[in-house]
Design a binder for this molecule. Structure first.
Ligand SMILES: Nc1ncnc2c1ncn2[C@@H]1O[C@H](COP(=O)(O)OP(=O)(O)OP(=O)(O)O)[C@@H](O)[C@H]1O
Length: 280
């Protein structure tokens, strides 16, 4: 396993993180780091511990979870922070988007109000006018067509891809430093998937976001990790079995499980001689 890479200034540094539910070890001794502007792809099949890891970052695991190790974010150990301070990070400096945009949006609330409310929770001092401007700015930023005309619409009036854009707008309105994207494109068809991936990468670049990109699909992870500094970590049964720059992992997978994941992606096999087609 290549863990020799050292980022200059990681924003997030997970060290020796272990998570157990009773006697069941869900995550075992994993260490990961992400610097601003970088994407870390976390890949593994269902049950490998990806979501438990991301929920541990936000301290959203149920009380039955036993968590050890350290999670340093911007120099603070999140696992040691008082809950009140943790609440200030959650959704603000650390934002998260999930797989199913429909369940994350309130179906009976107009989307303009939903995004405004997300902002008001942390910024009750802002005027209505400022909030409206910030909401519209965020919708422009995620390239939602005609945002002014759509503020009063309900979630069901948007397509799946547009709903994911709304959630990204909501996640970014607080100008977070770390974005956790947990299977953000899994529910979308391939064309829309590519558009959302491009949007996430553009936003990462514009805002110098650190991004934790979680997926069971190695092909999608490779598309998300498109920069030379981007790394991919492969999880199996709660352990990191391989962790390397995306390009190295694609060209020279070391662990049999990584090779198995690569082999199960048809385009990867046919494109092996042209990795740029996948990594661009
Ligand atoms: N609240 C919980 N209580 C008990 N066990 C849990 C809980 N949450 C997760 N686990 C267990 O921890 C392990 C890791 O689950 P996790 O959800 O992190 O996997 P995952 O890789 O994210 O899978 P998926 O892609 O299906 O979400 C699994 O064995 C799961 O059953």
């Amino acid at each position: 396993m290549d863990t020799t890479h050292l980022h200059e200034n990681p924003l997030l540094e997970i060290s020796n993180l272990s998570i157990a539910f009773g006697a069941h070890p869900a995550v075992q001794d994993i260490s990961l780091r992400i610097a601003p502007g970088e994407t870390l792809g976390l890949v593994g099949e269902s049950g490998s511990g990806k979501s438990a890891t991301s929920l541990a970052l936000l301290r959203l695991l149920p009380p039955t979870a036993h968590v050890t190790g350290s999670i340093r974010f911007a120099g603070e150990d999140l696992l040691a922070l008082p809950e009140a301070q943790m609440r200030r990070h959650r959704g603000r400096s650390i934002a998260m988007i999930f797989q199913e945009p429909m369940t994350a949006l309130n179906p009976v609330m107009r989307i303009g109000n939903q995004i405004a409310e997300a902002l008001q929770v942390h910024h009750p001092e802002l005027s209505r006018k400022t909030i409206r401007t910030r909401v519209l700015d965020s919708l422009h930023e995620v390239a939602l067509p005609n945002p002014e005309q759509r503020l009063n619409d309900y979630p069901h009036q948007f397509s799946g891809g547009q709903r994911q854009r709304l959630l990204i707008a909501m996640a970014l309105i607080h100008r977070p430093r770390l974005l956790i994207a947990d299977e953000p494109t899994t529910a979308l068809d391939v064309t829309v998937q590519a558009q959302i991936l491009k949007l996430l990468k553009d936003l990462r670049n514009t805002h110098n976001l650190a991004m934790l990109f979680i997926s069971h699909d190695l092909a999608v992870v490779f598309q998300a990790c498109d920069q030379p500094a981007d790394h991919v970590a492969v999880m199996q049964h709660g352990r990191l079995v391989e962790h390397a720059p995306a390009r190295d992992l694609f060209l020279h997978p070391q662990h049999p499980y990584t090779r198995k994941l690569l082999a199960s992606v048809p385009t990867m096999q046919t494109n092996r001689d042209q990795p740029l087609a996948v990594l661009s």
